[in-house]
Design a protein around this ligand. Structure first.
Ligand SMILES: C[S@@+](CC[C@H](N)C(=O)[O-])C[C@H]1O[C@@H](n2cnc3c(N)ncnc32)[C@H](O)[C@@H]1O
Length: 289
């Protein structure tokens, strides 16, 4: 089969689940991986014949896509901030909005480290809560190599994947298996970050099946009655475990920006900033102890 023919076959077969642009992107990701060629070459080489073996591999990926499996789970990897992370059904697939949160932290830390007002490069200490694949702490350590970075998650399976990713990417992170709702520590941090579960049960109805059926519910959902459960627990932890002028960064539910800020004000945080993601949705909050 030729590249162009298989691309058209993908578009046709994926029509019930994905629009034509999404189908093109999925074919491009799959073909780049299987044929080890760039997306630019894929477009130019539409008439190139694909070997029987590679055609079978690409058709097998298509079958998985048709049952709603995310491409990242099929290929067992996800791209995040220029790095490649192993993922499986036990961890959330890293999202672009989380890259924006990481970008914000890196830019603030780089500036603060250069004027040395937050901590000296050797002592900057960072904790990521609910680390999943480890995408946040690993990326931060890669860009802030002098920082001491720790991360925790309640899921032993997630911690195993995060450890694997840290080794593969070649950074040292201190991982802990812990429940943030009961976790206590004497350690102090300069920065605490979290992208905790924040989707209310009532929002399930609006979600795509490939998220609902294939991503871990432990990573996604909170009750309608107490949607800020994790934010409140992390804020309480941060009050005890942040150094003076230490900062907390959250990824948040786009519908709960106001409530998250009010909660942080009630708990005594200052300099609170709400940020939108690239789609203009309230998505990130920073606050100072
Ligand atoms: C939304 S995911 C975020 C994963 C990753 N940080 C990211 O941004 O892609 C939330 C994570 O919180 C973890 N989690 C859920 N309940 C927890 C708890 N009680 N204590 C610690 N971690 C928890 C889940 O296992 C999941 O990995």
């Amino acid at each position: 089969m030729k590249i162009g023919e298989l691309a058209a076959h993908y578009a046709l077969e994926l029509e019930p689940l994905y629009d034509s642009n999404e189908a093109k992107t999925l074919f491009s990701i799959a073909a780049e991986k299987v044929l080890t060629i760039s997306s630019g070459k894929l477009i130019i080489q539409k008439d190139l014949d694909i070997s029987f073996v590679d055609t079978q591999k690409l058709l097998s990926i298509l079958n998985d896509l048709k049952i709603g499996k995310p491409i990242q789970h099929i290929l067992a990897e996800a791209h995040f901030y220029g790095l490649i992370f192993k993922v499986n059904e036990n961890v959330l697939i890293p999202r672009p909005e989380t890259e924006e949160l990481v970008e914000w932290i890196i830019s603030v830390c780089s500036k603060q480290l250069s004027v040395n007002s937050l901590a000296s490069p050797k002592t900057l200490s960072i904790l990521d809560i609910g680390t999943g694949s480890g995408c946040i702490p690993i990326t931060l350590k890669k860009h802030l190599p002098n920082a001491k970075v720790s991360a925790l998650d309640i899921s032993p399976e997630a911690i195993a994947i995060a450890r694997h990713n840290a080794i593969q990417i070649g950074v040292e992170i201190h991982f802990m298996e812990a429940d943030i709702l009961t976790f206590r520590s004497k350690e102090k941090f300069d920065i605490i970050i979290s992208n905790p579960p924040y989707i209310r049960d009532l929002e399930k109805a609006d979600m795509h099946n490939n998220v609902l059926l294939h991503e871990p519910h432990l990573a996604l959902f909170v009750s309608d009655e107490n949607p800020l459960l994790f934010y409140k627990a992390i804020a309480d932890f941060a009050r005890l475990n942040l150094n003076p002028t230490g900062q907390i960064y959250f990824e948040i539910n786009e519908h709960l920006g106001k409530e998250t800020i009010e909660m942080l004000v009630d708990k005594g945080f200052t300099n609170i900033r709400l940020r939108q993601d690239m789609q203009g949705k309230d998505r990130m909050v920073r606050a100072v102890r």
